[in-house]
Design a protein around this ligand. Structure first.
Ligand code: ADP
Length: 420
């Protein structure tokens, strides 16, 4: 059978819809093309993930999408949390009839200030709330695939995707099908059990080559309305510390606010219902950290997945050096995140250690990630300014093994062992 090699939507020769993958059946290729031709009309795709349910993922996704729409952007909010689709409730859209024609589902349109919010939830399509619970793996996969493929978003600035929680088959299916996502925002609560799940979530993203845009700590303390004292119900700063440890950006903290529950139940996200609330202010800060002070800067934002990368590991005597600044050499390895392949490997001797020299030198060598045992905060920020992702708390002797584990999303990191 002759395949049409052109993505009808973007006509881009680099678009994944152009080429059939080795081993991909014709029908699979056509389905992937159909999905990609919808997705490539969307400038930015942001996945909202959480290590487990109940931490406020859908609340953050709904507020993020609404904040972007209020800022004048055309935004889609896709709720694909198959076991707990809460977006219809959060936006007061329960029972909304869905229209469409063959192979097309029209999203529900809401006007939001100067912007437009298009909403689609798998909850609109489930006959009974418990439908999904009885579906087995392949059926679930097909429902998610068909759902992603058939929603007619049109042209959007942003698509915010409320993913199923955890790191199992369902979020995996979504992440694999949404090719070219800008990255993931991971929502957690501050206590250790939730934070541990987030570590797994970050490993999951790394394994998929999905950039982590940052971590949001939700339910971060409660201000007593009587005495004004801040009570840390779920502990202190767990999300922030974990983000530092795992070298991913911390986007901000949202307090527990009883009004969030009320606004969620009444169908108006806090950023719209009460822009002066602590939650709305925190969301505003998160959007600014995520997308730059001017939302327009988002166009210069994160790299796509599947990009070639160069990983740097400081070594002394062939083993991981405990401090990156005092190493003898750097192992530099070219890797492909999508294919998980390792390419050229070099051992280079760096210039003498002076503040600021190594980030610049490694940037000049093309490094995009540094894996180290420890590093001071000043050096971390210099690497960040050069666009180099810092992964700290690595241990073990074999630097090649660390690279392999990073690629496979299996790299276990501990504390930053040398924070000065
Ligand atoms: P998830 O999508 O992670 O399962 P939800 O967004 O559905 O979580 O939130 C679970 C419950 O917690 C909802 O009732 C929601 O209103 C409430 N909630 C979420 N964030 C907050 C917050 N910051 N303060 C108070 N309640 C919150």
């Amino acid at each position: 059978m002759t395949q049409d090699k052109t993505c009808k939507t973007c006509n881009d020769s680099g678009c994944g819809a152009q080429a059939q993958r080795p081993g991909e059946r014709d029908e699979e290729f056509r389905e992937r093309q159909a999905l990609l031709s919808r997705m490539c009309r969307i400038k930015h795709k942001i996945m909202v993930l959480s290590g487990k349910g109940g931490v406020g993922k859908s609340t953050v996704a709904a507020n993020l999408a609404t904040a972007l729409a209020l800022a004048g952007k055309s935004v889609g909010l896709l709720d694909v949390d198959i076991h707990g689709p809460s977006v219809p409730k959060l936006l007061h859209l329960e029972g909304t009839p869905i229209s469409g024609s063959d192979n097309t589902i029209d999203p529900v349109e809401i006007t939001c200030g100067a912007g437009r919010l298009s909403v689609m939830s798998i909850g609109f399509l489930l006959r009974e709330r418990d439908d999904a619970v009885i579906w087995r793996g392949p059926r679930k996969f097909n429902v998610i695939k068909q759902f992603l493929r058939d929603v007619a978003w049109g042209d959007l600035d942003y698509l915010v995707i409320d993913s199923p929680p955890g790191t199992g088959d369902e979020p995996l299916t979504v992440a694999q099908l949404i090719e070219g996502a800008d990255g993931a925002v991971i929502v957690t609560t501050p206590q250790e059990v939730a934070v541990q799940d987030v570590r797994r979530c970050i490993g999951f993203c790394r394994q998929l080559g999905l950039p982590v845009l940052g971590v949001v700590e939700n339910m971060s303390g409660f201000t007593c309305p009587k005495c004004g004292e801040m009570v840390r119900i779920f502990g202190t700063d767990g999300g922030r510390r974990m983000a530092e440890e795992m070298s991913v950006p911390f986007l901000g903290a949202i307090p527990i606010e009883p009004e969030v529950v009320v606004s969620g139940d009444s169908g108006a996200p806090m950023v719209q219902a009460n822009p002066h609330s602590e939650t709305a202010k925190a969301m505003g800060r998160i959007v600014r950290v995520l997308l730059g002070p001017e939302l327009g800067q988002a166009d210069a934002q994160p790299a796509k997945s599947g990009r070639p990368m160069k990983i740097a590991v400081p070594v002394t005597g062939g083993a991981l050096s405990s401090h990156f600044g005092h190493c003898e050499q750097f192992l530099l390895v070219d890797v492909d995140l999508q294919d998980k392949t390792v390419g050229r490997r070099q051992l280079l001797t760096p210039p003498a250690h002076e503040p600021g020299v190594l980030p610049q030198w490694l940037h000049g060598q093309g490094a995009t990630v540094i894996i180290a045992g420890g590093m001071g905060s000043r050096a971390q920020s210099l690497f960040g300014q050069h666009g180099i992702e810092v992964v700290l708390g690595a241990s073990g002797d074999d630097p090649d093994r660390l690279v392999r584990e990073f690629l496979d999303g299996r790299l276990v990191t501990g504390a930053n062992i040398c924070d000065h």
